[in-house]
Design a binder for this molecule. Structure first.
Ligand code: TGC
Ligand code: FAD
Length: 392
């Protein structure tokens, strides 16, 4: 891929809303992405390999647990800094951001929020430092949008739990040292269990043949009579609201991340269209190309304002699940549309790995599906404004 010369658009001077700390976090993350991610990511995506060498760097920039308190190894930052980090990392690649979302919001967050003090001390510092990689098992082969129907279950055997079932489409699974797994007890109540690699009967086969998120490892979690120690049950929250609470945090990060992918596509298309000559002039001078660019910057600017405001609400503990759904849905759809338009603007070059756009475009097909599909988030908004659930 060509040298990374990304410059972020800020059409409404929204940087003025950011604190010095926010800007420092963003610049440090951007500099690391330019140095560590951009030069290698296309190659790893083409090979469909997970670049494990990035794990240490991600830990060093604080991308594992940005908002987890420092006493547990996290970076102790606010929600806007967390968002800006996700924006910059997904600007590099959605799959790398996925690794961070899973580690921070789907593994560290539940251990921090629902775990015992012993569990926090045992796992969080190792997850923050990258010594441990984690994954989150909610989706099952027959229960994706409807996780409440899950069949993975555990039985109380007196001195341990016996876990059986399977999870599908699990990011990081093939490399994970620990898995936060959601399963039903004998009464049908959902609980979180920390399952460790090496426990007998626990396997993580990799999922191949993806055309999307190729630089992220995806797999299954299979549990065949796995003996889980009793102290591995997350004691402080149960029910479907427990995993959905983690999703709130990850979906929030995705809203920022999608913005990063959109900004990268816009920046690339703008630069290319100013240089590429057809009919004796830069293609940026043609009205149809200007329409695309004008719509892109308008949608990015609207999403920047929406997302920053969501960050403020999140910092104040006032962001509702439905508000987060709206931002995830809007920003991912916006980024997907921009990726498609930007790809067209590059003509034939747009389908090559010389530019990041086609990779973003394909990655966003996963992002629009995971953490709740585009349609599910629309129905969450519908439920919120009408008070009537379309799911029951
Ligand atoms: P429903 O009856 O509405 O709710 C059950 C209980 O959960 C509570 N709740 C929430 N709590 C916290 N945060 C949320 N976002 C919540 N949404 C609901 C709710 O209050 C209730 O609590 P209680 O105490 O009354 O029992 O549940 P439902 O079965 O009707 O389902 C609702 C629906 C469809 C919105 C939900 O199931 C859903 O969001 N489905 C989408 C599934 C999903 O997003 N899966 C993601 C899997 S993980 C993933 O994709 C990781 S990708 C990672 C990466 O690589 O980046
Ligand atoms: P389905 O639920 O079968 O949906 C199929 C279609 O039906 C969708 O268009 C959906 O919108 C629509 N639909 C479903 N229900 C309704 C309804 N009530 N009304 C209208 N339309 C509806 N899961 C994890 O637990 N952990 C992970 O780390 C993880 N990582 C992932 C990584 C990747 C690359 C991918 C692709 C997925 C990942 N997932 C993960 C799973 C992801 O969350 C699910 O794919 C997603 O929730 C959708 O579930 P499904 O694929 O079973 O689709």
């Amino acid at each position: 891929m060509a040298q990374d010369v990304f410059q972020s658009p800020d059409y409404y001077f929204l940087d003025e809303w950011l604190s010095e700390e926010h800007k420092l976090v963003r610049e440090a993350t951007r500099e690391w992405v330019k140095r560590a991610v951009s030069p290698i990511i296309e190659d790893y995506a083409q090979k469909a390999e997970f670049p494990t060498q990035l794990i240490q760097g991600l830990a060093e920039i604080g991308a594992f647990g940005p908002y987890i308190p420092t006493e547990y190894g996290g970076a102790g930052l606010d929600q806007i800094s967390y968002g800006l980090m996700m924006q910059e990392i997904e600007r590099g690649d959605s799959g790398v951001r996925s690794t961070c979302s899973v580690q921070s919001s789907l593994v560290m967050y539940p251990i921090y929020a629902y775990g015992s003090e012993d569990q926090r001390k045992k796992y969080l510092p190792k997850l923050a430092s990258g010594e441990f990689l984690g994954c989150f098992g909610l989706t099952e082969p027959d229960h994706g949008s409807n996780p409440g129907g899950m069949v993975t279950h555990f039985k109380d055997m007196g001195d341990h739990y016996l876990l059986n079932g399977a999870k599908l489409w699990i990011s990081n699974a093939p490399y994970a040292d620990v898995a936060v797994v959601w399963a039903k007890n004998e009464e049908g109540r959902i609980h979180g269990l920390i399952v460790e690699r090496g426990m007998e009967g626990f396997t993580t086969p990799e999922t191949h043949n993806k055309w999307s998120l190729r630089a992220s490892a995806t797999g299954e979690l299979v549990f065949e009579n796995v003996k889980v120690p009793k102290e591995n049950l997350l004691p402080n929250k149960s029910g479907l609201g427990a995993p959905l609470g983690c999703l709130d945090s990850a979906r929030y990060g995705i809203a920022w991340g999608a913005l990063g992918a959109a900004m990268d596509c816009y920046d690339t298309a703008l630069r290319y269209s100013l240089q590429r000559q057809q009919f004796g002039r830069p293609i940026a001078g043609f009205q149809l190309q200007q329409k695309k660019l004008a719509e892109m910057i308008t949608e990015i600017t609207k999403a920047q304002a929406l997302t920053y405001r969501l960050g403020q609400l999140k910092n104040e503990g006032r962001a509702s699940s439905a508000q987060i759904s709206m931002a995830k849905r809007n920003n991912v759809a916006m980024a997907s549309q921009i990726a498609r338009d930007a790809r067209q603007m590059l003509g034939g070059m747009g389908i090559t790995g010389d530019f990041s756009i086609m990779r973003h475009m394909m990655n966003l097909e996963s992002v629009i599906t995971y953490e709740g599909t585009h349609d599910i988030h629309l129905l969450i908004t519908g439920m919120d404004v009408t008070g009537i659930s379309a799911f029951k």
